[in-house]
Design a protein around this ligand. Structure first.
Ligand code: 0O2
Length: 206
């Protein structure tokens, strides 16, 4: 386990730093009394068992993990509206403490499963006692509705390993359609909601 601890140390550091930095975007908007496209941020380091399993299924040799497995460090940014996703991407593009190396648009190109989300693979530098270490990290940006669906599907996947009974598959597909419609409906009343939020935060002083 010592070897893994050492290997994962820069990823652990990266997720802690990224979490603080990306939460900082929300704080900044709030301090400027502006609507924040960031609702909340979560982050995790992929568990060793999942790394081993993914390396096995993707044929990634252990000495290529740093280069080829880009979601060992994962950050998730949740937002209220689909349009917020582009705003968050723009904010990240402006930064000079991380570099986007790849973008995956699973919103335009919804996965067969029904999964929708926008992924950025970034190059991120952490400092260590041996000097700077560059790692790849994945930032998933999604609406609350997309996140609800993905979380439920991910949990079900543990039970069925992707081999869903037809009834569950059909229901998941219906739920994906409903999440898509919810995003569309919310987009239609976006301005109304944002106005209400500004009024609410002024009143509550948050
Ligand atoms: P975990 O537990 O989240 O770490 P590929 O699809 O082969 O090109 P890869 O590596 O799957 O490439 O990357 P991709 O597509 O960017 O997806 C990586 C992560 O996105 C997944 O990580 C999930 O978090 C999420 N994801 C992708 N597809 C789905 C899906 O159909 N359902 C759900 N719920 N999440 C998905 P891991 O490693 O699967 O898992």
């Amino acid at each position: 386990m010592d070897g893994w601890d050492k290997f994962l140390a820069p990823y652990q550091q990266a997720v802690e730093e990224l979490k603080i930095k990306l939460k900082g975007i929300r704080k900044d908007y709030q301090l400027n009394r502006k609507y924040s496209p960031v609702e909340f941020v979560t982050a995790r380091v992929k568990p060793v068992q999942s790394i081993i399993e993914k390396a096995g299924t993707r044929n990634i040799p252990y000495d290529r993990l740093r280069e080829e497995m880009y979601d060992i460090a994962g950050v998730r940014i949740m937002c209220q509206f689909v349009d917020d996703i582009a705003l968050i991407c723009d904010q990240i593009r402006l930064r000079d403490d991380m570099t986007i190396v790849e973008e995956r648009d699973y919103i335009e190109n919804t996965k067969e499963s029904g999964y929708r989300s926008y992924h950025l693979i970034i190059d991120y530098q952490v400092e260590s006692i041996d000097g700077p270490v560059h790692i790849l990290a994945e930032i998933q940006i999604r609406t609350l509705a997309m996140n609800f669906w993905a979380t439920v599907e991910h949990t079900l996947n543990y039970k069925y390993s992707g081999e869903y009974p037809p009834e569950i598959r059909r229901r998941l597909q219906n739920a994906a359609d409903a999440a898509y419609l919810l995003d569309q409906e919310m987009s239609e009343i976006r301005e109304e909601i944002q106005d209400a939020q500004k009024y609410y935060s002024k009143k509550r002083n948050i």
